[in-house]
Design a protein around this ligand. Structure first.
Ligand code: FNR
Length: 189
């Protein structure tokens, strides 16, 4: 069983990116994808990164809890909008906390999906990939999923739930690719 930690870059209650994560969890729970378990980990309790909060290699309790989840994961699913053409502040903050020595992202596989405006959040995906270079976080390259939230047909309901079957199917393909890549990396370690 592959353990995936899912992280959302939007803290909004009706976040469409959070909706993508809910849908991914559903695909694992209803048997559409076997051998994969996805746990959503909320990054909103994390304080702003400030190295003054670190004491002799320990971190504030919410950071310790987050780092434990990251350390225990086999792979990651990031779902995030773009804010001003880049990663959202909350997502970068979470990534930075878990990068503090020892970097707990290292050598793990990840997939990125996004929902947003004209480019479906695509520009933030490429910035996140760049951050992953330094962290030794290995992203699957394909398939890519950029959900243009306002382009017909309607993709989400008013609560941010994914309601479009084609997008759900594309999300399933992303998860299958992440699963195959995770097995491949694990077989080599
Ligand atoms: C945005 N949004 C946005 N959209 C986009 O396509 N490109 C962008 O650069 C930005 N920039 C931006 C900055 C800030 C501060 C906010 C609050 C919003 C719109 C945003 O991507 C869109 O509302 C998504 O739906 C938000 O994702 P969630 O919250 O639905 O997951």
């Amino acid at each position: 069983m592959i353990k995936v930690v899912a992280i959302c870059g939007s803290l909004r209650k009706a976040s469409t990116n959070r909706g993508l994560i809910r849908s991914a969890i559903q695909l694992c729970n209803d048997g559409s994808i076997g051998g994969m378990q996805i746990e959503y980990v909320d990054i909103s309790p994390l304080p702003f990164l400030n190295t003054d909060l670190e004491r002799d290699g320990t971190f504030p309790p919410p950071v310790e809890a987050f780092r434990r989840k990251v350390r225990g994961a086999d792979s990651f699913l990031f779902a995030s909008p773009e804010y001003n053409y880049s990663l959202t502040g909350p997502l970068k903050n979470a990534i930075d906390w878990a990068s503090r020595a020892p970097n707990v992202w290292a050598d793990k596989p990840a997939a990125i999906v996004s929902s947003g405006g004209g480019f479906g959040g695509g520009r933030s995906q490429y910035h996140l990939r760049q951050v992953g270079v330094y962290l030794d976080l290995h992203f699957i390259n394909k398939p890519e999923l950029f959900v243009k939230e306002f382009e017909p047909p309607q993709k989400f309901d008013s609560e941010g739930n994914l309601i479009d079957p084609e997008t759900t199917d594309r999300l399933r393909n992303v998860l299958l690719s992440l699963q195959a890549f995770t097995y491949r990396l694990q077989s080599k370690s």
